[in-house]
Design a protein around this ligand. Structure first.
Ligand code: 13P
Length: 253
């Protein structure tokens, strides 16, 4: 069974105290994860070590950074390097979120650079892709997402790409309450897997977890995750509510 992940993306929400309450509520829900399942919390940079300390003892619970810089080190005031994240034992880094692409002009090339640094450090990247509404309405979403993969990932070797996690997040479904139907999610995930298979072969493509993101909530998680190519979710709003996220974690297959 491929790795299945329920990943919380807190984005720029919650004070440390609110975050602590949320983690307390989630960890006290006594969730038993199976060996192939993970619950990942992408918390703001200042909370990473604190969140790690709260999750010690919760098997399968991990912390992720929401971003990193695309250069190794140096005079880049305000940025956070992969090496810094490695030095505090962060195991996952989300990159290429549509909010970062849109508001911070992140390019596919910068994401390729980030991926290289992340893999070099032995950290798992959670690489986000997904199309805006206009592309979906034009019906060209498959090509749009294929270019995102090609320009950021296809320089990797088969061994390298088998260490990444992909998150498909259609922009029109993020924070809008408008979820892709499970059929739409499955169709795109199958397309992504077929594209990866064309590039790297099916044995490699079949090991790569592909998460769905965009208005995932307790009420729709099980249906989405039941799709054969949907390997869990990357969750924004609903990950800030303990009862919602606990149900989402429990919906992993
Ligand atoms: P929502 O779950 O709030 O739609 O956000 C999805 C997302 O952007 C996760 O990265």
């Amino acid at each position: 069974m491929r790795q299945q992940l329920a990943a919380a993306n807190w984005k720029m929400n919650l004070t440390l105290q609110q975050g602590e309450t949320l983690l307390n509520e989630i960890t006290s829900a006594s969730i038993e994860l199976l060996a192939h399942q993970k619950a990942v919390f992408a918390v703001p940079f200042p909370y990473l070590s604190f969140a790690q300390s709260k999750l010690i003892g919760s098997k399968g619970f991990e912390v992720a950074a929401q971003n990193c810089y695309h250069k190794k080190s140096g005079a880049f005031t305000g940025e956070v390097s992969v090496e810094m994240l490695k030095s505090i034992n962060v195991n996952y880094i989300v990159i290429g979120h549509s909010e970062r692409r849109e508001y911070f002009n992140e390019s596919n090339q910068q994401l390729a650079d980030k991926i290289n640094l992340i893999l070099e450090a032995g950290i798992t990247p959670i690489f986000c892709c997904g199309e805006p509404l206009a592309i979906r309405e034009a019906g060209t979403q498959n090509d749009f997402v294929a270019v995102q993969l090609k320009e950021s990932l296809y320089h990797l070797s088969a061994e390298q790409i088998s260490k990444i996690v992909i998150a498909y997040e259609p922009i029109w479904a993020i924070g809008t309450g408008l979820t892709a139907s499970s059929a739409q999610a499955q169709e795109m995930h199958a397309h992504l897997r077929a594209a990866l298979s064309g590039q790297y072969g099916s044995a490699v493509a079949n090991t790569i977890p592909i998460l769905y993101g965009g208005s995932v909530k307790a009420a729709n998680a099980a249906e989405l995750f039941s799709q054969p190519d949907v390997d869990g979710g990357l969750v924004g709003g609903a990950s800030l509510i303990a009862t919602e996220f606990v149900t989402i974690i429990k919906s992993l297959k």
